[in-house]
Ligand binder design. Sequence first.
Ligand code: B12
Ligand code: SF4
Length: 461
Amino acid sequence: MNPFKIALVEAVSDLTHVYSRTYLPRVGLATMAAVLHENGYICDLWVKPMTEAEKASLAGYDLVGIGSLSSTIREAYALADALRKKGTRVVMGGPHVTFLPEEALNHCDYVVRGEGDETLLALVRLLEKGRNPDTLKGISYKISDKAFQHNETPDLVDFSKIPSPDFTRSPQIGTHEIPPIIITSRGCPHDCSFCSVTPLFGRKYRFKSYEQVIDELRPVQHRSVCFGDDNFCARPARTKSLLREMIKQNAVPLRWSGQICVSAASDPELLALMEETRCRIVYVGVESVDPATLKKYGKAHTVDAVKKCVENLHKHNIGIHGMFVVDSKDGPQTPKNIVDYAIKTDIDTIQVFSITPFPGTRAYIDNKDNLLHNQWTNYDGMHVVVQPEKCSAHEMQTAIIDQMQRFYSMKRVLTSYRIKRGWRVKYRLGGHLLLKQWIKENADYIESLKAYFPLNGLAVA
Ligand code: B12
Ligand code: SF4
């Protein structure tokens, strides 16, 4: 083993968000840990909240890599600042810093923009030899107090050659607790305006081999598995072959979930295979019930197709979590229209997010002059962070909360049982409780929105 020691840490926030009760780390750090190990480096992985003693132990590494989202960047910067004070070198990567490297470089030594699988290994090799990454593609760093070097963007990696994420490299995770998240593809052929996937990973839809997916499935096959692909069925022929291969090789998990697009649910053969392989619920980017907003987001489906999608999924005993985004051009009636539609079509669970302009997205460019603030902690979809055009931010936030409360009312929890979808009761109850907790935790934020009011479409604080 090489004596150069690396730690990779995922910044974790303890604030409530839609998925706070789902423990599923992103797989980027575990994948880079696997690459580093294959190349002879010691690399420890921290993807759960850390104790103060564990955080202090990071100062003993030659390089600490920190991963984050926009909503966890505050925690990431705090950790980076503390480590650099002790003289530890810090590199950051992930969807937020890729698009705001200069912000991040106030807290760390290097930013890896885009995919880190190969770039981090190359950076480690240079640092170990005491060399600068001045020609290494994908790296940004400071050359003086105010000047930055942004090296050329690298080509996308050959995803079929990237090793499987290795969570066993973590002192926090036992072999029996490997997170049951498997990513079979990278990138998405679509390009929705609010999504950072295409800017980060490109439109080229890249795959792992069936063998690699099945090897990853084996240790977690007895559990409920999440296919963490951005879009598990963007190429239905490939998904069908994968599901057939899982059946053939007796690698069907206890049950599974994944993200799919509306159009995938119009393929009867695919639906039958999903049912046979015990798909329990799919996360579908419905986004809007207004054709103009769907067009603006860049979605290819129609509102009518959504109704058919729900019916088809239910016929195959597959549940649907409908994901909606209220745009800044929408009015305060929009959340009600969404919930009316979700109730009418019998969508099992929903999330109604407010447009959140993540750095790197078209939505960021479109809304950057109408941002209420850039407290990134609140960029999690739940908080209104853009000035709506037709009402005040407070009115929109309240409309979203009221409608979510209507969807997740106790009455609707208690009447939600369906044969083969009995889990709905538990999931909706979870939604009800989470919402209650979120409202309590965010009372000050909601109140603070009263300071902004619409004036010719501009936010005034
Ligand atoms: C599965 C998933 C989830 C799962 C679980 C993962 C999790 N805890 O976040 C669930 C459903 C829980 C979830 C929830 C949320 N998610 Co999510 N999620 C994903 C998804 C689809 C895959 C994640 C993944 O494993 N990717 C694959 C790996 C390889 O990518 P990666 O971890 O980013 O790592 C690569 C690079 O980014 C880079 N890198 C990353 N970190 C580092 C660190 C270093 C040191 C280096 C060198 C490089 C590096 O190199 C890696 C290898 O190439 C992504 C989209 C995507 N494709 O990434 C969205 C995504 C990460 N989620 C996103 C968001 C916004 C959320 C939520 C806030 C709410 C929401 N809108 O759904 C919540 C909050 C979660 C939280 N606070 O923990 C956004 C983040 C955008 C942003 N700027 O913050 C993404 C990008 C999707 C999007 N809409 O744009 N999510
Ligand atoms: S929202 Fe979904 S379909 Fe649209 S670009 Fe992102 S991953 Fe692809």
